[in-house]
Design a binder for this molecule. Structure first.
Ligand code: KIV
Ligand code: ZN
Length: 497
């Protein structure tokens, strides 16, 4: 069985409150979606504004493999704008539920059917693909829903979409609805679910099991109100749990999620399935022990981090076990006897009990103290001087003087703010080989003299990652210290192995 993927990140996803993608972001997202392998990209609503029109037109001309779709109401002016935008497919929609008809479009059922049929015929006469959505389908009287879909099918529509516009469907009811429509219609069926009750993915899945041929999704599930069904979740449920194929190259799911997270400014929680930071992270000793021996002991097994472009992480905390800590230390080149290990485990649990997140740096510092080998001289980078300039009339600029493997180096960089500039200057010390994959800053005391605590994760070219922390009253210096600490240990580990 094969299901097509219709991505609406650039249209419904952009309807997320406070999200608006500039055209260059939209182009980059469209290219990424194409690399990911989506079948259709809904690029925008050409009649909505000049900018939207330009976006759809520009994306239509990129020569992507995916079909490009433009949204339109069933009015000539909208459809003409979508046709002029050169989109391959025009997606038309009209409200069909009593509540929406009564309060918004105020037309009779007969008029709605007639206008819809005319719109489909007009698009088909122009040789374009046409998708028809009965908006608020899940609150529409079933007899009317069947009537309007049949009428547009007879008018040669290419695909019909069943939107759960306000997210009130439940999996069993949605399954029954799609099954009924599947039996009633010959055209392919698409499902479009909103997440008001957290059921968008479950409903989309139910729709597919009932015979839907295509799923409408957004990256990271962004969209109106609580959002739409998440592309990564829907695709992996189909691939991994049901063996249903799509054209998605799943190894790009995390990369795509991160791009949309950055461009939309909508941060995904760490416990987000598939793409979240913790999706393949293990903290408890029992789980970590199992996973180190055989990953599928405490992971689903039918999905691996590599399949989705993620990585597995063993995180240390108060639930950590001896086996996991010993393994991490041995991997980093430390030889630990049983007695030292007991002391190290105790100290880690103490930190965890104080509510502290235990970083890799904490683990290795504790190990070094216990093993009696705190090595300042082992540090690859020793920062000598940092200068940062910022203000309302200058571009934040940082200059860093440091010794890198005994060689004096001076690097500089500009950034969007002083921390960004400083971290870029630090990154220049070690070249392109390490990147900061996580950066989190908390104020741990109140007031303008608050202590800033910075957690970072840095990753080298072999995807080895290292977490570290630093604290201080100066946010720039705390950030630099945290990153330098992490880089020092990554380089130390590399020299030891
Ligand atoms: O949720 C919805 O009903 C929509 C339509 C435009 C398909 O986004
Ligand atoms: Zn929608």
């Amino acid at each position: 069985m094969h299901v097509s993927v219709f991505d609406t990140t650039l249209r419904d996803g952009e309807q997320t409150p406070n999200v608006s993608f500039p055209i260059n972001y939209k182009i980059q997202i469209a290219k990424q979606l194409d690399k990911l392998g989506v079948d259709v990209i809904e690029a925008g609503f050409p009649a909505a504004s000049k900018g939207e029109f330009e976006v759809v037109k520009t994306i239509s001309k990129l020569g992507l493999n995916a079909k490009i779709c433009g949204l339109a109401r069933i009015v000539k002016q909208d459809i003409d704008a979508a046709l002029d935008s050169e989109a391959d497919m025009i997606h038309i929609f009209i409200s069909t539920s009593k509540i929406q008809i009564e309060h918004t479009i105020k037309k009779s059922y007969d008029e709605i059917v007639e206008m819809s049929v005319e719109a489909v015929e007009y698009i088909k006469d122009h040789g374009r693909l046409c998708m028809f959505s009965a908006m608020d389908a899940t609150r529409t009287e079933l007899e009317f829903l069947k009537r309007i879909y049949k009428a547009v099918e007879e008018a040669r529509v290419d695909i019909i979409n069943v939107p759960d516009t306000v997210g009130v469907a439940t999996p069993f009811k949605f399954y029954e609805l799609i099954k009924e429509l599947r039996e009633h219609l010959k055209v392919p069926i698409d499902v479009h679910c909103h997440n008001d009750f957290g059921l968008a993915v479950a409903n989309t899945y139910a729709g597919v099991m009932a015979g839907a041929n295509e799923v409408q999704v957004t990256v990271n599930g962004i969209g109106e109100r609580a959002g739409n069904a998440s592309l990564a979740e829907v695709v992996m449920v189909l691939h991994s749990l049901e063996g249903i194929k799509t054209n998605i190259r799943t190894e790009y799911l995390v990369e795509t999620s991160k791009l949309v997270e950055r461009f939309s400014g909508i941060k995904i929680p760490p416990n987000t399935p598939i793409v979240g930071e913790n999706a393949f992270s293990h903290e408890s000793g029992i789980h970590a022990h199992g996973v180190i021996k055989e990953a599928s002991t405490f992971e689903p097994g039918v999905i691996t981090p590599e399949m989705v472009g993620h990585r597995r992480r063993i995180v240390i905390g108060k639930h950590a076990g001896r086996y996991q800590i010993k393994k991490m230390l041995e991997d980093a080149g430390y030889a630990v006897d049983d007695e030292s290990l007991t002391k190290i485990v105790e100290k880690i649990k103490e930190l965890g009990d104080k509510g502290k997140r235990v970083t890799d740096l904490d683990l290795f510092t504790i190990a070094e103290i216990v093993l009696g080998e705190l090595r300042k001289e082992e540090r690859a980078i020793l920062v000598d001087e940092v200068t940062v300039l910022t203000g309302n009339k200058i571009t934040p600029t940082a200059v860093v003087n440091a010794k890198v493997l005994d060689e004096k180096k001076v690097t500089s960089a500009i950034g969007v703010g002083p921390v960004d500039a400083a971290l870029k200057a630090v990154a220049n010390l070690v070249g392109e080989k390490v990147k900061i994959t996580e950066f989190k800053m908390d104020a741990i005391t109140g007031g303008s003299d608050a202590l800033a605590e910075v957690y970072v994760t840095v990753e080298d070219e072999n995807k080895n990652s290292f977490t570290a922390r630093a604290a201080g009253p100066d946010i720039v210096m705390a950030s630099i210290d945290a990153v330098i600490n992490a880089v020092n240990y990554l380089m130390f580990k590399k020299r030891k192995s």
